[in-house]
Design a protein around this ligand. Structure first.
Ligand code: NAD
Length: 360
């Protein structure tokens, strides 16, 4: 029995619709297991810009800092695309949230549920019955945050971006990956470009050192170009992938595409302590906003990650994951994952079915 304060940032587009269903699931888990989830709802993204002239008002950031975790929908839309990057929802709100909250570890599971394996663009004999990969991406270092600018080069004006990683930054993300692997199939694949890059050589050295503390975990190192190939050729090889910010950006999108369903995939961004921000990997999907057809499962599974990683409520998290599986196995689908032999339901109905499955 515990009390947990959650900052809820629904955001733009389908954000409010999918987060509302995720909140219903959390309330249901609270009732079933006698926990209290206190929701502190605040504006973020384009809607916050319209109301306050900034996509991340101080009030919103402070609410996040004063909470045990953050549940985020999605931000952005064409209406705000013309704004300078400091005021655009994606950069002005999301990147600032990540850096202000010290969210250095991004965990993105790419899971294919048995009932949805036809959705994968990869042949079913390669996928098998089930696929479950966890990509652990460094989120606050590397080339996206390194020194950048313009200078005079050998052929005139040139632009540069520096990829720099400290031992400290590498070690803390690699430990996250090994800890995650200990709770899974005990296999870490570290992705780098150590045949070319100094920063990758240091990365590989630190990974090898950290691995000595986890003798039960199998470690392999892979160059990023090979990893991109192996993910398509033999995705079942992977359990936990750990990699830098830029490689993780690309590899995690590739892994998510293998699952074939963007509306199903959750993510967690974690800080040094148990604090985390949890959100679906998809965007605000303005093309389907307000129509009650968005798939809320990615956001609902994000709450399961929150229970697991921020609150240590393993059984409660498992209950949500099992409920999602039951509803899919029973043949219910939102339009994005619907096919003829299944039953089409809307956002609200899907949320309700998952709540009912939790209560059973
Ligand atoms: P998107 O993820 O919003 O949508 C891509 C496609 O997937 C669309 O056809 C959409 O209808 C569909 N889709 C996405 N989520 C779905 C769901 N839950 N159920 C059913 N279908 C779903 O990506 P986009 O169209 O490139 O971007 C739209 C806006 O979202 C842009 O402003 C973009 O900058 C922003 N964005 C925000 C985030 C975030 O908040 N983390 C992430 C990506 C994009």
């Amino acid at each position: 029995m515990g009390t947990y304060k959650i900052a809820v940032l629904k955001g733009d587009g389908i954000g409010p619709e999918v987060v509302t269903e995720a909140m219903e699931v959390l309330k249901c888990i609270g009732n079933k297991y006698h926990h209290t989830f206190l929701f502190d709802e605040k504006l973020v993204g384009g809607c916050a810009y319209d109301a306050y002239g900034t996509p991340l008002p101080d009030e919103t950031l402070n609410a996040c800092k004063n909470s045990d975790s953050v549940l985020l929908g999605a931000v952005g839309g064409a209406k705000w695309d013309h704004l300078p990057s400091s005021l655009r929802p994606e950069t002005g709100a999301l990147l600032k949230l990540r850096s202000s909250l010290g969210l250095y570890a991004n965990l993105r599971p790419a899971i294919i549920h048995k009932a949805l394996k036809d959705a994968s663009p990869i042949r079913s004999e390669i996928i098998g019955d089930h696929l479950d990969i966890l990509v652990v991406r460094e989120l606050t270092g590397g080339i996206y945050f390194g020194e950048k600018g313009y200078r005079e080069g050998r052929y005139g004006k040139e632009a540069y971006d520096v990829e720099a990683y400290s031992e400290y930054e590498i070690k803390r993300i690699v430990i996250q990956a090994f800890e995650a692997a200990m709770k899974r199939n005990k296999h870490v694949s570290s992705i780098d470009k150590a045949n070319v890059l100094e920063s990758s050589k240091l990365w590989r050295k630190i990974v090898t050192e950290v691995a000595e503390n986890y003798p039960e975990v199998t470690l392999d190192h892979m160059y990023v170009d090979n990893a991109a190939m192996q993910l398509i050729r033999d995705p079942k090889h992977f359990d936990v992938i750990v990699t830098s910010n830029i490689f993780g950006d690309i590899i995690s999108d590739e892994a998510s595409q293998i699952t074939g369903s963007i509306g199903m995939l959750p993510s967690a961004s974690l800080a040094q302590d148990a604090f985390g921000m949890y959100e679906p990997i998809h965007g605000s999907a303005p093309d389907i906003a307000g129509k009650n057809i968005a798939n809320p499962i990615a956001t609902i599974l994000s709450t399961a990650m929150m229970l697991k990683f921020s609150f240590g409520l393993m059984q409660e998290a498992q209950t949500i994951e099992d409920a999602v599986t039951k509803v899919l196995d029973a043949g219910y689908r939102t339009p994005d994952i619907y096919h003829e032999e299944t039953t089409k339901v809307g956002t609200k109905e899907m949320g309700k079915l998952i709540v009912e499955a939790i209560l059973k």
